[in-house]
Each structure stands twice: as structure tokens, then as C-alpha cells.
Design a protein around this ligand. Structure first.
Ligand code: NAD
Length: 350
């Protein structure tokens, strides 16, 4: 049997596929539209591997989905494909509605029709990968988000993910589709597109460019190393209860400015600037994003107690691994920081 991964050329999806094929005999169909965020370079090490079949397709395309389900005996869907960048959702929300809501709906429909009413007892699984941003913003002293928090999405991105979560949940309750939803905190690690905070700061620091920090930089996020997210999803796929939601987090709450300073300090050690200055001197504060959520924090107790999952990395070990990966893979960064991406970045930060 086979697993179908959507969005497997993106940041988390490609980490998941690489990790899966290292440790499992079950082949992967990797379905990705290859938007600006999809990068086949991430999958270069799988060239010629018969256990990996790449299909360029849009999850909104019902016919393409139907033929993929008809082409193989798909045991599980792990659904990452999404428009994922909050800033882009502010400037152009419609693509988020199309991919994240309509695309998820089409994928649920395709699985429902292909698998039929006995999908759950046949051992099929549909893992819908979502975000902690669906819960909204937390006050500084409030307890971290648990699975029972109400949904209060604040950006077009989180609203579209929230809508998709509701469809996924409804397909379990209405049609018995074997859905499990995961809501994860901010990921970081290898193959992260350099529009997101951590790779953006590493990339711009090394180029000697200003390091943009929104507002005063006191927004708090919970950070999880991407390899830990992948191991959590595998655990949910193995043993998660159908129809349930699992929060996934790293117990690493940090302000954005703390994260930026930690990256600067590690770069000062590993790749000192030639002029003897510290990288932190490149930090500049830019106008805050509209409606910027103040704090997200995940209570990952349910997945820990029920499924015995724990993150392997602390923030200190994960960020050091990440920086070492970027330093060793500057060619990967250079190849994507050109063309359309470069033009977009220039509009954002100059
Ligand atoms: P990403 O933007 O790096 O990758 C998304 C991938 O989906 C890309 O390869 C893109 O080409 C593909 N894609 C986009 N639209 C598509 C479409 N219509 N049809 C098929 N493929 C399409 O995103 P990511 O950071 O890897 O996030 C993956 C998933 O995890 C998303 O669902 C996101 O909401 C969720 N998530 C991300 C984080 C995070 O910190 N990055 C945290 C929690 C949850």
C-alpha cells in the first residue's frame, strides 16, 4: 500500500517525505502544485528512488485527485498542501480560500469516494495537518492552547485553515471518514523557505542586510524543530484516535526578538562577521503586521500522555542544527532567493 502526501515539495512536507522514506518500506505518492513554495531541490536525494512518485497537480483539481486515488491502493493521506504565509494572506487572501478550503474539501471528497464507507475498518487514515493559529491570540498569562480551546482565527491564513479543520472534522462525523487533525506550533529547520522568520534572519544576516523585526519583537511563538513535527505526525498516523485533534508543540515559548538574538549569537560564533561587529547590529524594527497576534502557545499534553510522543530537540539544540544546515547548504538558499521570490522580498523590506 501507499501513502499520499500533499505539499511534499514544501518545507514540512519535504522533511516528512525524506524522513518517511528513510525508515519505512511503504512508498509515497507526493502530490504538489509547485507554487513558489514548492521546491524540487528539497527532494533531490530521492531522484531514481522507486518508492517516491512525484505528481505535479493542484488539490483543487477533482479529476487529478480521482485519477491518483484510482492509480494506487492509498492507505493514508497526509495533507500538508496549503498556502502557508500569513503576510501573503493579508495581501492576497483569495489563494488561501482556494487552496486551503476548496482544496481540502476536494481532497476529503476524493478520499471519501475512493475509500467508501468502510474506510476506517479497512485501516485507512486521513491526517489533516493544521496550525495553532486557528485558536487566535493568547493573553500573556493565559494557559497554553489545548484541544478544547475555541477557534478564533485572526488572519485570512488562519481563517482558511480553521475552515479546513471544520470540514475535516465534519467528514469524520458525517461520513465516517477516518480523519485525525493535528494543530502544530511554529516549525523551523532545514528546507524552510526564507520568507519565514528564522531562515529569513539567517539568510539576511549572512548577506549583511538589515534583519527586520515586526514592531518591538515581543510577539511570542512556540517553536518546534521540523523533525519533531514529522515524528509527531507519524505517531498520530500509527496510533491516533479517529476523529480526534492533537496539538503538537515544542514547549519552547520565545519572543521574536529572543529568537533573532539567539540566531545572531550563534552566527557570531560559527561565522563571525569580517568587520568584527556582531550580527545583532543588523537588527531593525519595522512597522508591525496588521492584526498581528501577540502570543501562541501549545499545550501538547494530550499527544504526550495518549501517544507517548515528546519532541527530541530543545530550542537550543534545534536552532544550532538549523543554522549548521543553512551554513552547509548555501547553494540551496541561493537557488531559491532569486527571480520572483527576490522581487517579492524587495517589495516587503526595502
Ligand atoms: P509551505 O508553504 O512550505 O509548503 C506548502 C506546499 O504546498 C508547497 O510545496 C506548495 O507548492 C504546495 N501547494 C500549495 N498550494 C497547493 C495546491 N493548490 N495544490 C497542491 N499543492 C499545493 O508550507 P509548510 O510550512 O511546509 O506547511 C505545511 C502545512 O503545515 C500547511 O498546511 C501549514 O498550514 C501547516 N503548518 C505549518 C507550520 C509552520 O510553522 N510552517 C506550523 C503548523 C502547521
Amino acid at each position: 500500500m501507499t501513502i499520499l502526501v500533499t505539499g511534499g515539495a514544501g518545507f514540512i512536507g519535504s522533511n516528512f517525505v525524506l524522513d518517511w522514506l528513510k525508515t519505512s518500506d511503504e512508498p509515497v505518492i507526493n502530490l504538489d502544485k509547485l507554487t513558489y513554495a514548492g521546491n524540487m531541490d528539497n527532494l533531490a536525494s530521492l531522484k531514481g528512488n522507486p518508492a517516491h512518485r512525484f505528481v505535479q497537480a493542484d488539490i483543487c483539481d477533482a479529476d487529478a485527485l480521482k485519477s491518483i486515488f484510482a492509480s494506487d491502493d492509498i492507505r493514508a493521506v497526509v495533507h500538508f498542501a496549503a498556502e502557508s504565509h500569513v503576510d501573503r494572506s493579508i495581501h492576497g487572501p483569495e489563494a488561501f480560500l482556494d487552496t486551503n478550503v476548496t482544496g481540502t474539501f476536494r481532497l476529503l471528497e476524493a478520499a471519501r469516494h475512493a475509500w467508501g464507507p468502510n474506510a476506517a475498518s479497512d485501516g485507512r487514515r486521513f491526517i489533516h495537518v493544521s496550525t495553532d493559529e486557528v485558536y487566535g491570540s493568547l493573553d500573556p498569562d493565559a494557559p497554553a492552547f489545548s484541544e478544547t480551546n475555541t477557534y478564533e482565527p485572526n488572519s485570512p491564513y488562519s481563517a482558511s485553515k480553521a475552515a479546513a479543520d471544520h470540514f475535516a472534522r465534519a467528514y469524520h462525523h458525517t461520513y465516517g471518514l477516518p480523519v485525525i487533525i493535528t494543530n502544530c506550533s511554529n516549525n523551523y529547520g532545514p528546507y524552510h523557505f526564507p520568507e519565514k522568520l528564522i531562515p529569513l534572519v539567517i539568510h539576511r544576516a549572512l548577506k549583511g542586510e538589515p534583519l527586520p523585526v515586526y514592531g518591538d519583537g515581543t510577539q511570542i511563538r512556540d517553536w518546534l524543530y521540523v523533525g519533531d513535527h514529522c515524528s509527531a505526525i507519524r505517531r498520530v498516523l500509527e496510533a491516533g484516535r479517529l476523529g480526534e485533534k492533537y496539538n503538537i508543540g515544542g514547549f519552547n515559548e520565545k519572543t521574536n526578538i529572543e529568537v533573532v538574538r539567539a540566531i545572531c549569537a550563534l552566527l557570531d560564533e560559527r561565522r563571525p562577521r569580517s568587520d568584527g561587529q556582531n550580527y545583532a547590529s543588523q537588527i531593525t524594527h519595522v512597522r508591525d503586521r496588521p492584526g498581528h497576534d501577540k502570543r501562541y502557545a501549545i499545550d501538547a499534553a494530550k499527544i504526550a500522555t495518549e501517544l507517548n510522543w515528546q519532541p527530541a530537540e530543545t530550542f537550543d539544540t534545534g536552532i544550532a542544527r538549523t543554522i549548521d544546515w543553512y551554513l552547509a547548504n548555501q547553494g540551496w538558499v541561493d537557488r531559491i532567493t532569486s527571480g520572483a521570490y527576490k522581487n517579492w522580498m524587495e517589495k516587503q523590506y526595502t
